[in-house]
Design a protein around this ligand. Structure first.
Ligand code: PAF
Length: 272
């Protein structure tokens, strides 16, 4: 992949890149379509990255379907699908990681303390291998997008990072490979994440500014489903991800909830 990318660059072709962990859905395809528009060559990667899963998380169970993924990638014009395996990415003796100081601390970092180190490390490696001009990441993983933007700036990668809007099912559920884990009877509980975000937007539109009041209403709605366990609900500055007490400027509401055994995340802009 690295030498192919070198050839493409020497031939003057620009490269757009969409990293994924596979089990593709319309959300991934929307990112690929953005990449397709923005460069001569579109590269996607499919790699379930072990270093971003803690022991006891769903690394082994993570859904995988390479043949289906390859067909879907082809359908949106991906030129190259890079599919390394664990030993290629993490050779014996591997010991170099990328970790950020502040951005990974809150939100998902509270319950997944090694997650962003794994993400930043694998994305840095993939950037070095693929050598893209631009890379596209979903806004559904809002903290991840902030971490990648910061890493690219701090380490001078010289890659344009583009955020793609969250794609939702017809009923509002944010698309995620992990939705495959949901039991049919858990669906109404899963929809409470989107409903709570919409309700919060409506509260802000109606003039509510107090973050604690907005969060409390969201908590009440989500907790009204017995299968839900709230990990966090936060209203944060979109760049620093620091908690905001008042929605007096653009803010991001982000939440993570375990619906039965499935951990889901979602987020939405508030106050604009
Ligand atoms: O968002 C994902 O699918 C993963 O975290 C990523 C960016 C491909 C890194 O493994």
């Amino acid at each position: 992949m690295q030498s192919r990318a070198g050839q493409l660059k020497r031939a003057g072709r620009t490269i757009a890149f969409v990293p994924t962990m596979g089990f593709l859905h319309e959300g991934h395809l929307s990112l690929m379509r953005i990449g397709r528009e923005r460069a001569d060559t579109l590269v996607a990667s499919i790699f379930v990255n072990p270093t971003q899963f803690a022991p006891g998380e769903d690394f082994e169970a993570y859904p995988r379907d390479m043949q289906r993924d390859l067909a879907m990638a082809r359908s949106v014009g991906v030129d190259i699908v890079f599919t390394p395996d664990d030993t290629m990415m993490y050779a014996q003796g591997f010991q170099t990681y990328v970790s950020l100081e502040e951005l990974p601390r809150g939100l998902c970092g509270q319950s997944r303390p090694i997650f962003f180190r794994g993400v930043a490390t694998v994305v840095a490696k993939l950037f070095n291998i693929v050598g893209p001009d631009i890379a596209v990441f979903g806004e559904k993983d809002f903290q991840q997008l902030a971490v990648i933007r910061r890493m690219v700036k701090d380490l001078n990668f010289g890659i344009e990072i583009v955020g793609g809007p969250t794609v939702r099912e017809a009923d509002g559920l944010a698309m995620s490979s992990r939705n495959a884990y949901l039991r049919p009877e858990e669906r109404p509980a899963a929809l409470s994440l989107h409903d709570a975000l919409r309700q919060s937007q409506a509260m802000v539109r109606a003039g509510e500014r107090r973050a604690d009041a907005i969060i409390a209403a969201a908590e009440r709605h989500i907790a009204s489903f017995a299968v839900n366990t709230i990990d966090y609900i936060a209203i944060a500055d979109p760049d620093t991800l620091e908690d905001m007490a008042s929605v007096d400027r653009p803010a991001r509401m982000a939440l993570a909830v375990k619906v039965g055994a499935t951990r889901l995340i979602d987020n939405m802009a508030l106050g604009r």
